[in-house]
Design a protein around this ligand. Structure first.
Ligand SMILES: [Zn+2]
Length: 313
């Protein structure tokens, strides 16, 4: 009997494993990591959530597969980022099934909302603090992230009203956690770090994050590709620029091999100049390991904040 029970368990787990790895079908289908994380944290084990972009894959270049299309048609809720990010989405009405609620995440935030709640003396975001291009990566601003979380909650409640209380509790707990982290970092920056420079090598997705906390995230070099091989002339020019700016921490983007930054670091090491390369995560996607470990948006934000504090000191 024991043996049979064991085999049934084994079979069941194999079936579950197979359905996890080969299918993107789920109650909630998402196109990018932030909404995948927010929806997952809200629904817990009450519904399934899938992420169309495979772990480690670059979101900006992603094209949906026919399997993705089937998954979207069968979903109760489909959450995409925006037409600018999910460029493969042309006409939402042809994508969705007849029972699929479609959510365009970029329609669910307002940049100025946080000012009402602020008790501290605070300089409001000026129009020139961020340009329109920054809004392409709207989810990098934690205040926006909290709004997105709340908006996703309302959509989830709409598709499964029976578990409303459970979803609201989960969303509130996550919102509170984000809010605390945001407030403490905001306070930290206001106490002596406003308008400081952070040097970043890569495609700068963190403009709104910088604007939110009054940090300047500067791209150190024009058209600098993190995975490029530098010519010796470039290498000399770049190492000189680093020394001139007296930078000791250089930030790079996630999921790109920072070849150029490593070349600069090695060149500077020969001159006894210490340069540390750290990742500033813009949440486009996570690695397979991070996904399996259940890394959340807030974990990446917390790590970003720790690294920025290192750079500021
Ligand atoms: Zn991007």
């Amino acid at each position: 009997m024991k043996k049979i029970a064991f085999f049934i368990t084994l079979l069941a787990s194999l079936i579950i494993l197979a359905s996890c790895t080969t299918s993107k079908r789920a109650d909630i289908v998402t196109t990018m990591f932030p909404q995948y994380d927010f929806a997952s944290q809200i629904v817990g084990d009450k519904m399934t959530v899938s992420l169309l972009v495979p772990p480690g894959v670059e979101v900006h270049a992603y094209e949906a597969t026919s399997k993705d299309m089937v998954a979207i048609k069968n979903a109760k809720l489909f959450i995409f980022t925006s037409f600018e990010i999910d460029t493969w989405i042309k006409d939402v009405s042809t994508l969705a099934g007849k029972d699929t609620v479609v959510m365009n995440l970029s329609e669910h935030y307002a940049l100025e909302e946080h000012h009402h709640a602020h008790a501290l003396a605070y300089t409001p975001l000026e129009d020139d603090d961020h340009d329109h291009d920054d809004e392409l990566h709207f989810w990098v601003d934690p205040v926006v992230a909290m709004q997105l979380l709340d908006a996703i909650l309302e959509q989830i409640v709409q598709i499964d009203p029976e578990n409303e209380a459970f979803y609201r509790d989960n969303a509130e707990a996550y919102h509170e956690e984000l809010h605390e982290l945001h407030e403490s970092f905001d306070l930290y920056i206001q106490n002596g770090y406003v308008d400081r420079d952070i040097f970043f090598a890569g495609h700068n997705a963190l403009g709104l994050f910088g604007a939110r906390y009054h940090l300047h995230i500067e791209s150190l070099f024009e058209s600098f590709k993190p995975d490029a091989d530098l010519t010796s002339a470039e290498l000399i020019a770049f190492t000189n620029a680093v020394k001139q700016a007296n930078i000791h921490i250089l930030f790079v983007e996630e999921l790109a091999e920072p070849k150029a930054a490593i070349q600069i670091k090695n060149e500077l090491a020969k001159q006894n100049y210490n340069l540390v390369i750290l990742e500033l995560h813009a949440y486009h996607n996570v690695t397979k390991t991070e996904l399996e470990e259940g890394v959340r948006y807030i974990d990446l934000l917390e790590r970003n904040i720790d690294y920025i504090k290192q750079a500021l000191n």
